[in-house]
Design a protein around this ligand. Structure first.
Ligand code: TZP
Ligand code: MG
Length: 226
């Protein structure tokens, strides 16, 4: 079964974004608002804390029927038994992640160019995160800002290389205000994004449920063919 990638929430536990709120509470609010995928992204916590938080998040996401993916840490995903991982260009090879996770798990990859996107498809990625669309303070080591036009070039290349069916989301500076224009401007004639991946617009929001609901409505509207 293919997941619904419409509103893909990526977590951030840093005080600059989460503030003094409780991460699990924020994720629950976003799920109430309709988040369709959750990625637990935590670059700083110790392994035992990663596993403990991932278990809490997985109990929650399971109750909403939403997949939980772990950023970078295939070992944590295996231990928790969640639905999969998201792997960056500098992380573990996708083939090795597949071997460790076993069949039936979801492996996502980040791509910021046509070549990276096609290579990830060939290596067995189940979906792609395309970006960075707009510069963002959430990820400071971003290599390239590709804008909606860069996303459009990648979607075109995927179609031409025979990978039209791979689900894609974009990431980087996306919020409920710019999501409709990003979805429209990034669509190529044969392939459009399946959704948007968002960190700060939801995690830092005063009302994560309302922001998620707003985003989901806009993504669904944008996906209806004109
Ligand atoms: N990868 C590319 S940009 C980014 C990641 C994880 C962060 C996006 O954060 P935000 O707050 O949605 O701009
Ligand atoms: Mg990574």
């Amino acid at each position: 079964m293919t997941a619904d990638y419409s509103v893909y929430l990526v977590t951030d536990s840093t005080p600059a974004i989460l503030g003094d709120k409780d991460l699990v509470g924020v994720v629950e609010a976003s799920l109430r608002g309709g988040a369709t995928v959750v990625q637990y992204r935590d670059k700083t916590s110790a392994r035992e804390d990663l596993v403990a938080t991932a278990r809490k998040l997985h109990r929650l996401t399971r109750s909403y029927g939403v997949p939980l993916l772990i950023n970078d840490r295939v070992d944590v995903a295996v231990e928790v038994g969640c639905e999969g991982v998201h792997i960056g260009q500098d992380d573990m090879a996708l083939e090795q992640a597949r071997e460790l996770l076993g069949p039936g798990k979801t492996i996502g990859a980040t791509a910021s160019s046509e070549e990276e996107a096609i290579r990830a498809c060939e290596a067995g990625a189940d979906y792609l995160g395309l970006g960075t669309v707009y510069s963002t303070t959430t990820k400071k080591d971003t290599k390239s800002i590709i804008g909606p036009s860069g996303v459009c070039s990648i979607l075109t290349a995927l179609h031409e290389a025979g990978h039209a069916s791979i689900p894609t989301v974009c990431i980087g500076g996306i919020n409920a205000s710019n999501a409709p224009s990003v979805l429209a401007a990034s669509a190529s004639p044969h392939k459009a994004l399946d959704g948007v991946a968002v960190v700060s617009a939801i995690i830092a929001a005063e009302n994560p449920a309302a922001v998620t609901r707003d985003l989901l409505g806009k993504v669904i509207t944008a996906k209806i063919p004109a």
